[in-house]
Write a protein of this length. Structure first.
Length: 385
């Protein structure tokens, strides 16, 4: 008869349970990165849960296999008050799912995260909150800035861990949110995966040779933050007869931008193709990406452009832009809101000594293969506290 084993097998720990909350599948960089991370976590065995206020949105077809839990009833229209809708319904989902960690995907969701801490108290799981936008927000009216800065300090106290998307954000978070150093983490934003880099590179190689003129591409929601009106003004200043501009995205400012195109006599030179996915053909056909935003965090479109082998013209809309563009190796930066400087940079970008291979290596910093594991290590630490 065999002797009984003296060592008992250690009980297996249940997988980490992470709850990500999003308003919808409406296109946005914050939401796209959150869905990418959620998918990667599930693939690695994490008990990753996704809850949404509604399942509408153009990105739904990009993620056909995702089955989010819907907060409340989709029969009740909630798009116009989606933040309040989430604050009202998310506590019940948290109590039911009992996650180890809440993942707050970006700045637009931090008010929800702070309210969960207030409403649930000690029953609220730790919150890992990604800072997805510039914190300085110089675009705000002077009267609004003191209130905004106070709100940042509240977030710095209430959020368990604050995650910046590139190294330069560490000092910005410490100064403006006044979060202690031990509660600040830096994880490069996962706007790509390795397959994206390979696909974008191949599309660029296979692209049909362009005709005369320069081809500029802008990507983003047609919203005030992106300041596409500034881009149209800049393009009108510099465009030659054969130059073309495409602005890929959808949003509430479409009618305003279309009217500006007509006013500037740019019909036939400017396209507004709407939400485009994938962006391979647009990136392959362009000579440069142009970012005209008033403020950004670490723009996913810049990483995509670098992966596609495109130089970038951008406003200095984020503390991280110099870092992303390799201190000038991969693009040109101009002051925010300066149409003349943006126009000059769009002319000058053709003369940049641009290294395509180095740009693609820079893009590899921003892959989900790297970031998903770093987030999980961070969240495992939070769950053990």
């Amino acid at each position: 008869m065999n002797a009984p084993s003296l060592a008992m097998a250690a009980p297996a720990h249940p997988p980490l349970r992470v709850l990500t909350f999003l308003h919808s599948f409406e296109p946005g960089g914050v939401e796209r990165v959150a869905l990418r991370l959620h998918h990667a976590w599930r693939a690695s065995g994490v008990d990753a849960r996704l809850v949404m206020g509604r399942t509408a949105g153009a990105m739904r077809r990009e993620w056909p296999g995702l089955q989010p839990e819907v907060l409340g009833s989709e029969a009740i229209p909630s798009a116009h008050w989606e933040t309040l809708w989430m604050i009202l319904h998310l506590p019940g989902a948290i109590r039911r799912i009992r996650p180890d960690v809440l993942f707050c995907a970006g700045n637009s969701y931090t008010i929800v995260a702070v309210m969960m801490r207030l409403l649930l108290g000690k029953a609220c799981p730790p919150v890992a909150a990604k800072i997805s936008n510039d914190l300085a927000r110089a675009d705000l009216p002077a009267l609004a800035r003191p209130f905004y800065r106070a709100w940042l300090r509240i977030q710095g106290r209430m959020l368990t861990r604050v995650v910046g998307m590139a190294p330069p954000m560490r000092a910005e978070i410490a100064a403006l949110m006044q979060a202690p150093a031990e509660r600040i983490a830096i994880i490069d934003d996962p706007s790509l995966d390795e397959a994206d880099i390979q696909r974008l590179s191949a599309a660029r190689v296979a692209a049909v040779p362009k005709g005369p003129g320069k081809r500029f591409l802008a990507i983003g929601r047609l919203a005030a933050q992106k300041n596409f009106g500034l881009l149209l003004d800049a393009f009108a200043r510099m465009a030659g007869p054969d130059d073309r501009l495409a602005i890929a995205g959808e949003g509430g400012e479409r009618a305003k931008l279309e009217a500006q195109v007509k006013r500037l006599c740019l019909e036939g030179k400017v396209r507004l193709p709407g939400h485009v996915s994938p962006l391979d053909s647009e990136l392959a056909a362009a000579d440069a990406l142009v970012l005209s935003s008033s403020y950004e965090g670490v723009p996913a479109v810049v990483a995509e452009a670098l992966a596609a082998g495109l130089p970038v013209v951008s406003t200095r809309c984020s503390v991280s832009m110099d870092d992303m563009l390799g201190q000038g190796r991969f693009g040109v930066l101009v002051p925010v809101g300066d149409a003349a400087a943006l126009a000059n940079a769009m002319v000058d970008i053709a003369h940049l000594q641009f290294d395509v291979n180095a740009a693609r290596e820079q893009a590899r910093r921003f892959t989900v293969e790297i970031a998903s594991h770093r987030y999980l290590a961070l969240m495992e630490g939070l769950a053990r506290v």
